[in-house]
Write a protein that binds this ligand. Structure first.
Ligand code: NAP
Length: 297
């Protein structure tokens, strides 16, 4: 079977490159640009005809969509491109898979929630109440996919980090090693997700054909719960950055173009029961990633 990965130069895409080595399937890695040292086929997912061509030329039966507009703050002012990339492009991919009776594996976000006040973990069927353009366009993407009638798996994930690209872990590794003091918000609660763990789960589902008859939305983050403050404390601890005083603060101390969810913990019961997976605790995965980034053995 041939599997096409979009956005393969991003955080999740790069982790999929790692976990699928040795697969019995053929993987094609695509992105809008090539990056040195990476085998990448150019594919712009806003171009429907280009998607149809690569699917037909290679007999693609599964698309894993890791491409998206992921800059939450910039989404507020970036205009049409955010909806095009997060909502219309996933619809393109879904239509292309529908035409060949294939499967679309798509990644969405906890930021589809946040507008309503709640303090229990979000289940898959909870109403989407996004607070900003990013969350709204990602919600539209989910709805567009569902409306095509394609077989799909949508994985909503949260607070994604990895060794690749820009992310919160890398930013905090830098700040806690260079600043004597740092304020981090403690009034937003969620769960970090090591992109490697999510990639392994997606790979397991595809490699072992666990997706048959499992169309639906699933929640996936690491296990446990923390605030951005707790997250930062553990990043600094695992990196041995002892000289930075990390202080908790409220969200309103930072000017932000978009209000982020105060509580966006994802309930992962469905993904665990459906696919028989175990999910690592967030600090265990964070420790591994920090070591990898710092090159500590
Ligand atoms: N990051 C998070 O904290 C987070 C949290 C929850 C959910 N998610 C979701 O998880 C998924 C993966 O996120 P990520 O952090 O791995 O994303 P990422 O690192 O930003 O990677 C996205 C990739 O998509 C590429 N891309 C942009 N426009 C494209 C186009 N028109 N056609 C094809 N590729 C295009 C980007 O290329 P350029 O860099 O050249 O633009 C980039 O390589 C996304 O669906 C995201 O919404 C992320």
């Amino acid at each position: 079977m041939t599997i096409l990965v979009t956005g393969a130069n991003g955080q999740l895409g790069n982790e999929i490159r790692i976990v699928c080595k040795g697969s019995k399937d053929r993987y094609i890695f695509t992105d809008v640009v090539e990056v040195d040292g990476q085998e990448t086929t150019i594919l712009d997912i806003t171009n429907f005809a280009a998607i149809q061509k690569i699917v037909s030329d290679n007999d693609v039966k599964v698309i894993v969509n890791c491409a998206a507009w992921t800059n939450v703050d910039a989404a507020e002012t970036a205009g049409e491109i955010v909806e095009t990339l997060n909502a219309t492009a996933p619809e393109n991919l879904a239509k292309a898979m529908k035409e060949v009776n294939g499967l679309l594996v798509h990644v969405s976000t906890d930021y589809v929630f946040g507008g309503d006040p709640y303090n229990t973990p979000c289940k898959e069927n909870q109403k989407g109440t996004p607070t900003g353009v990013y969350g709204l366009t990602k919600l539209h993407g989910e709805q567009n996919i569902q409306n095509t009638g394609v077989d799909y798996l949508i994985f909503r994930t949260a607070w994604l980090y990895s060794e690749f690209g820009k992310n919160f872990v890398k930013t905090m590794l830098n700040l806690t090693s260079t600043k004597p003091q740092l304020k981090v918000v403690f009034d937003q609660t969620g769960t970090p997700t090591y992109a490697f763990d999510l990639a392994k789960t997606l790979f397991d589902i595809i490699e072992n054909r666990k997706f048959e008859g499992k169309t639906g939305i699933y929640h996936y983050s690491n296990e446990g719960v923390c605030s951005w403050y707790d997250f930062t404390k553990m990043i600094a601890e695992y990196a041995g950055n002892d000289n930075c005083e990390i202080l908790p603060c409220h969200s309103d101390e930072f000017l932000s173009p978009v209000k982020r969810p105060a509580y966006s913990v994802l309930d992962k019961t469905k993904v665990k029961e459906t696919f028989g997976i175990r999910i690592p605790y967030w600090t265990d995965s964070l420790k591994i990633c920090v070591k990898n980034i710092k090159g500590i053995k």
